[in-house]
Design a binder for this molecule. Structure first.
Ligand code: NAD
Length: 355
C-alpha cells in the first residue's frame, strides 16, 4: 500500500474499557514516532486499522518535510458507533491507552487529535511519560491550533509569493472553509493582514465571527467554488473531489485540513488547471511542530522560527516541482523520501568484512 512499510502495528483491547485501540508506528528512521490519538466512531475494527495505517504514514511525511527529527505514528480508538462514551469509560479508555503507549517504550509518543483534547492527555500522563499536548497549567503546550493557523498563514504567503511575486496578503481574496479551532484563528490573522475574506461553516453559529471580521458568509454547499485567489480548506478532508475540481475558481489551494484532496491523483488535475496546490502535510505542520516543541522543551522564539519556516519549506517544494516538472505534491513527497533515505543510509550498519 505504500513505498515505506509500517514498522509496527499494535491492536489491543483495553483491559479496563474493553475498547479496541490501534497504534500504528510507520517509521522511526528520523526519531521516535509522534502523532495524535484519534477517537472516532468506526463501523468495524478493520476501518480503524486502515485509518491508523494511513494517518501514521502521513505523519512520517509531515515530520520529514518539516525537518523534524521525529518519526510517524498514530493511535486510533475504535469507539462504539452509536453512543457517546460515558465519562468514566472515557477515563478508563485513556488509562488503557497510557498503558499501551508505555508498553511501546518510547517508540511512539502520543498527542491530541480529532476527538481528543488536552484533558485526555493529562489522564494518559498518569500511565506514561510518552505523551505531549498536555494542558498549559500542567506544563504542556495546550491547544496546538493557534500554531497551526500561524503555519498556514506562512504557507499562504509563500504560495502567493510563488504565484504573484508577492506575499503581501492585503487585498488578496481568501475563502476559509471551516471556522473551527484552526479556521477561526486563520481567518482572524488574514483579516488583520488586510485580506478580503469569504468564510463558511456548516455551523450557522459561526456567522457571528464572520460579521466581526467583516467577512462575506458563504453557503457551505458551494463555498469551495467561490471565486477567490486562495481557497483555504480548514474543515474535514476531501474538500476537493472529482465533483468540484473542474468548477474551482481559485488560483491557489492552501489550508489546514488533512487530506484536502479526496484522491491524490487530483493534484494532477489541479496542476493542469494551473491551480497551485500547497500540499496539506506541509501547510498544516504547525500542529506537529507545537507538540514537537513541548517534547523537546523549545522556547517560544525557536518554536515560532520553526513554524515560520513552513513558508520556506513550501518555496523549496514549489521550486523542486518546477525543476522536475512534477506536481507540488509529488515534489513534497520526494523531498521527504530523500530525507528518510539519507537517514536510513546513515543508520545502516556497515557490513563486517570477512577475514
Ligand atoms: P474543528 O473540528 O475545530 O473545526 C472544523 C470546523 O469545520 C467546524 O467548525 C465544523 O463545523 C466545520 N465544518 C465541518 N464540515 C464542514 C463543511 N462541509 N463545510 C464547512 N465547514 C465545515 O477542527 P480543527 O482543529 O480546526 O481542524 C481543522 C482541520 O485541520 C482538520 O482537518 C484537522 O485534521 C486539520 N488540522 C488541525 C490541526 C490543529 O492544530 N487543530 C493541525 C493539523 C491539521
Amino acid at each position: 500500500m505504500s513505498l515505506l512499510m509500517h514498522e509496527e502495528v499494535v491492536v489491543r483491547r483495553g483491559s479496563r474499557s474493553g475498547i479496541y485501540v490501534v497504534v500504528a508506528i510507520h517509521s522511526t528512521v528520523l526519531g521516535p514516532s509522534l502523532g495524535g490519538l484519534r477517537l472516532w466512531r468506526y463501523e468495524a475494527l478493520g476501518d480503524a486499522i486502515a485509518d491508523a495505517l494511513r494517518l501514521s504514514e502521513a505523519m512520517t511525511y509531515k515530520a520529514a518535510a518539516a525537518g523534524l527529527d521525529q518519526g510517524g505514528g498514530k493511535a486510533v480508538v475504535c469507539a462504539p458507533p452509536n453512543r457517546e462514551l460515558p465519562r468514566d469509560t472515557r477515563r478508563e479508555l485513556m488509562l488503557d491507552l497510557g498503558d499501551i503507549v508505555d508498553s511501546l517504550e518510547g517508540r511512539y509518543v502520543t498527542a491530541e487529535d480529532v476527538g481528543t483534547g488536552t484533558d485526555d492527555m493529562a489522564i494518559i500522563r498518569e500511565r506514561t511519560d510518552h505523551v505531549v499536548g498536555l494542558p498549559i497549567d500542567s506544563g504542556g503546550s495546550g491547544d496546538p491550533s493557534p500554531i497551526t493557523a500561524r503555519g498556514v498563514e506562512s504557507a499562504i504567503r509563500a504560495s502567493c509569493w510563488h504565484r504573484y511575486g508577492s506575499g503581501n496578503l492585503a487585498g488578496r481574496r481568501v475563502t476559509v472553509i471551516g471556522l473551527g479551532h484552526v479556521g477561526a484563528r486563520l481567518a482572524e490573522r488574514l483579516a488583520s493582514d488586510g485580506a478580503v475574506l469569504g468564510v463558511s461553516d456548516v455551523d450557522p453559529g459561526k456567522q457571528a465571527l464572520a460579521e466581526r471580521l467583516g467577512a462575506a458568509w458563504l453557503d457551505p454547499a458551494d463555498a469551495a467554488i467561490a471565486e477567490c485567489d486562495v481557497l483555504a480548506p480548514c474543515a474535514l478532508g476531501g474538500a476537493i473531489d472529482g465533483g468540484n475540481v473542474e468548477r474551482l475558481r481559485c488560483e491557489i489551494v492552501c489550508g489546514a485540513a488533512n487530506n484536502v484532496l479526496a484522491e491524490r491523483s487530483l493534484a494532477y488535475r489541479l496542476a493542469e488547471r494551473e491551480i497551485l496546490y500547497a500540499p496539506d502535510f506541509i501547510a498544516n505542520a504547525g500542529g506537529l511542530i507545537s507538540v514537537y516543541g513541548e517534547l523537546h522543551s523549545l522556547g517560544t522564539e525557536r518554536l515560532h522560527l520553526l513554524v515560520d519556516g513552513i513558508g520556506e519549506a513550501l518555496r523549496r517544494v514549489f521550486e523542486a516541482g518546477e525543476a522536475r516538472s512534477v506536481t507540488p505534491l509529488e515534489a513534497a513527497r520526494s523531498l521527504a523520501e530523500e530525507r528518510l533515505d539519507a537517514a536510513r543510509e546513515a543508520h545502516a550498519v556497515a557490513p563486517v568484512a570477512a577475514d
